[in-house]
Design a protein around this ligand. Sequence first.
Ligand SMILES: *Cc1c(COP(=O)(O)O)cnc(C)c1O
Length: 217
Amino acid sequence: MSLEEIKSRIARAEAAAGRPVGSVTLIAVSKKQPGDRVTAVLDQGHRTFGENRVQEAAAKWPAYREHYAGIDLHLVGPLQTNKVRQAFGLVQAIHSLDRPKLAKTIARIAQEEGHCPELFVQINTGEEAQKAGVMPDQADDFIADCRALDLPVRGLMCLPPVDEEPTLHFALLAKIADRNGLAGLSMGMSGDFERAIAQGATHIRVGSAIFGQRNDG
Ligand SMILES: *Cc1c(COP(=O)(O)O)cnc(C)c1O
């Protein structure tokens, strides 16, 4: 599917939800994609991208930045505390703030560096044992702790269980964000971004629908 088609589907979903066109940020998730597909999307003028590993972001994006101005890079995957400083030099937003130790490390490095990427707290809406994210019943306390550390929490993120209807998870994320006064909702991927927009997504993370199947073995 082309970038233009995805953008028109986003615009239709925004209109259907009674939301202003342009209110949803499209993060083009370029992990594990061949370079020619990424440059094709850059050449069409798109500048907001997502990666799920710091190491892969570090290997790819400094070179793209030499050729394309204004790249806005989002880390959408897990972040180890020993990679936080490196992430600060690469990304404008982190969507995977999911534990107290990471919050404390980000706060310390933000002090030292004098800036901090925007943060989304990842919520494990499906309460899946193998998945990252704060459990829904601990979300309010965790968000309060992050705010006490002066962290710039912009919103919440979720990755619904693969075999469940995502709408219920999107609605739960929206409810937790609303009661905590958070405006950002990072939710919705290639297969469900229209449903996420209907539930109030502000940031959708779309990979394969833009770039094609990845090489993820
Ligand atoms: C890979 C990935 C996406 C994009 O997935 P697609 O199904 O290819 O759209 C979105 N969010 C996260 C956290 C991812 O790791």
